[in-house]
Design a protein around this ligand. Structure first.
Ligand code: GDP
Length: 525
């Protein structure tokens, strides 16, 4: 029997990254260290021991909560497809999503309140007319910032997105992020379907042939030209072609025969969470299997909830949520993180035990990291000692001054340590945990082997005094996405010499961080 790395992490109740780190520590080959690698039972058993877990994973021991076995999918009912809209900045993703969102709200009865939540359902009947439109069928659109929904959750081994709509502006063609999306889709292989939406088709003087030939260069050949990729021409602005888009998505979904069990315990993913002053923690959760009910006990990350208020994406209060439905819910004891898997627990007691266990595991791992650091420092000391011994021996042999030789060797070692990678420290603030994750994802890898980024703190909400204090103390800059730096905070930052950059355009933040990282390096002569 075998199990994927990400499934094993789920079984252990540990984060995927922790399991992968452990695999690294125990010297498992590089190519095993990915979410979808299949481990054999020996490997899984050995890793369990590394985590102080009984290799025979016994659910009754209550150390965690596990997904129910999949069962026979072909016997399960169809579920709505989950769609993510991606593409280059300014190509019209937000506009398109807003058009679709308004459609869904207009179709609901909630009175047109468009809350900005991380996902929403659009009934097919709201955009497609005709008798063959399946009654009650919907399409779920994810509206998570950046590529978080795609890359973040995929890194955790979960692909919640079934279909990707690649938006390409007809007046701009294929741009760098268009290519990024194409690469992601290629990397995902068959697990995700692709539709190209040529957008801004309301504009005059656009050259669609040029867009298509751009796409062809990237290996995307459209159906209308004998290729495999369906495409639609749309305008997010006028709503033109949205019916076509819905129909294409629904056909693709049909071909993929997307099913999920509706019976049994609920499973899903946290898409977004934030703290509301009055209501406490509110999350948007996508149900992927089973049925979530108000009153259900659920666990996500290091916290749990007894589901209290549950609303669907058009703001209606509901009591049950089935696969493919995004719902917002309250009742959390603490704030779960976007991307956390949600699992239903049989009762409160088990939920509490599971969370306690996960917290304990996290602590153990934090301690393990400390031990690693101590070991690394010891290793360095040992190397220094060896160098000194060697220098002394050499000096004696040459008859030169031993003390001087040792001092010179120490100076050299210190200089070598100085030469290490320079780091720009940053404090990241965002409006919701989902955006914070996306910003972290976009900034963390900026730089090269000489200079890079170190994220020292992250949080939700406007830039506040403690952010500035922390940044000042650690020599960091503050980066805010979709949040503000109130005037008093600006003057506090100015007096402490803390650079602050707030923006609602992620690419400007990326540019600003890149510039600051580059500034760390000595000027090239
Ligand atoms: P995003 O960065 O991909 O989310 O792009 P936005 O949705 O913010 O759109 C960028 C700009 O293009 C805005 O000024 C929109 O009004 C405009 N835009 C978006 N869709 C269309 C469209 O279909 N037609 C036209 N003419 N303009 C559009």
């Amino acid at each position: 029997s075998s199990i994927t790395v990400s499934q094993l992490a789920d079984k252990f109740g540990v984060k995927l990254i922790h399991l992968i780190r452990k695999m690294n520590q125990v010297g498992m080959p590089e190519n095993h260290r990915r979410a979808d690698y299949l481990l054999n039972s020996d490997e899984a058993g050995n890793l369990a021991i590394e985590f102080d877990l009984n290799p025979i994973i016994d659910e009754d021991k209550g150390f965690d909560i596990f997904p129910e076995p999949e069962g026979d999918l072909s016997e399960c009912p169809l579920r709505p497809p989950v769609v993510t809209i991606m593409g280059h900045v300014d190509h019209g993703k937000t506009t398109l999503l807003d058009s679709l969102r308004h459609t869904s709200v207009a179709a609901g009865e909630a009175g047109g309140i468009t809350q900005h939540i991380a996902a929403f359902s659009v009934p097919l009947s709201s955009l497609m007319k005709g008798s063959d439109v399946p009654k009650g069928a919907t399409i779920t659109f994810l509206d998570t910032p950046g590529h978080a929904a795609f890359t973040g959750m995929r890194a955790r081994g979960a692909m919640v997105t079934d279909l990707i709509v690649l938006v390409v502006a007809a007046d701009d063609g294929v741009m760098p992020q268009t290519k990024e999306v194409i690469n992601l889709v290629h990397a995902a292989g068959d697990s995700v379907g692709l539709v190209v939406a040529i957008n801004k088709c309301d504009k005059p003087m656009i050259d669609i042939e040029r867009v298509k030939s751009n796409l062809g260069t990237e290996g995307i050949l459209l159906e209308e030209d004998g290729g495999e990729i369906p495409s639609v021409r749309v305008s997010g602005l006028t709503g033109m072609g949205l019916d076509d888009l819905m129909e294409t998505l629904s056909t693709l979904a049909e071909v993929r025969d997307l099913r999920a069990r509706k019976q049994g315990k609920a499973e899903g993913y946290v898409l977004e969470s934030h703290v509301d002053k009055g209501k406490g923690t509110i999350t948007t959760v996508l149900v992927t299997r089973g049925t979530l009910k108000s009153g259900s006990i659920i666990v996500a990350g290091n916290t749990w909830a007894k589901v209290r208020q549950m609303t669907d994406s058009s703001g209606r209060s509901i009591r049950v949520a089935t696969p493919g439905m995004p719902v917002t819910l309250t009742g959390w004891k603490d704030v779960p993180t976007a991307g956390d898997q949600m699992l239903e627990a049989p009762n409160e007691d088990r939920a509490k035990k599971c969370v306690a266990n996960r917290l304990r595991d996290d602590e153990r791992r934090a301690m393990a990291v400390d031990v690693q650091e101590v070991n690394a420092r010891r290793e360095e000391d040992r190397k220094l000692h060896d160098i000194e011994v060697e220098v002394k021996r050499q000096a004696k042999e040459d008859g030169s001054n031993v003390k001087e030789a040792v001092a010179a060797a120490r100076r050299n070692a210190a200089a070598a340590a100085e030469v290490g990678r320079k780091e720009l420290r940053i404090v990241i603030k965002g409006d919701v945990t989902g955006t914070v994750e996306a910003v972290v994802g976009s900034l963390k890898d900026i730089g090269n082997k000489e200079a890079g980024v170190k994220i020292v703190q992250t949080g939700v909400g406007n830039v506040c005094e403690s952010d500035i204090d922390f940044a000042e103390a650690t020599g960091a800059m503050v980066v805010g996405f979709n949040v503000e730096c109130p005037r008093p905070m600006k003057s506090l930052a100015a007096s402490g010499g803390v650079p602050v950059h707030c923006d609602s355009v992620i690419y400007r933040l990326i540019e600003s961080v890149k510039t600051s990282v580059a500034a760390l390096l000595p000027p090239k002569i």
